[in-house]
Design a protein around this ligand. Structure first.
Ligand code: ZN
Ligand code: ZN
Length: 127
């Protein structure tokens, strides 16, 4: 099991540094930065690290054209996450743990940002 959240970075002396990375932790591999935090120094606050990872998820989300199908038949039950219009496609977030169906008007990165808003203070558990 992986536990993803913003964590304060500890120095080689084990003391908190006041800088934050968005990280994933599990018992076997330990704790490591993920998303854009892999590539840069820590953020000055927990919320900035969380926002950094959220931005990465938005940027990395994959666009799947076309309405969802069940055995090759369009599943007309899927509607837009933001309005009641029929879905024309969906975004799949990294790790494929969440799919967001959107209509023709909302099937773009701006729509995705509204459908998947930044919420501070959240951690996540996944396999
Ligand atoms: Zn970062
Ligand atoms: Zn819509």
């Amino acid at each position: 099991m992986n536990y993803d959240e913003a964590r304060e970075i500890r120095g080689s002396d084990g003391k908190p540094t006041g800088r934050w990375h968005y990280t994933s932790a599990n018992r076997r591999a330990g704790t490591r930065p993920i998303g854009y935090c892999l590539e840069h120094e820590g953020h000055p606050s927990r919320e900035e690290a969380e926002r950094c990872y959220w931005q990465w998820e938005i940027d990395q989300a994959q666009q799947r054209e076309g309405a969802r199908t069940v055995d090759g038949v369009a599943d007309g039950r899927m509607t837009c996450k933001l309005c009641a219009a029929p879905s024309v496609g969906r975004y799949v977030l990294p790790g494929a743990w969440l799919e967001l169906d959107l209509c023709a008007q909302h099937f773009n990165r701006d729509g995705l940002r509204v459908a998947w808003p930044f919420v501070p203070g959240q951690s996540r558990m996944h396999s």
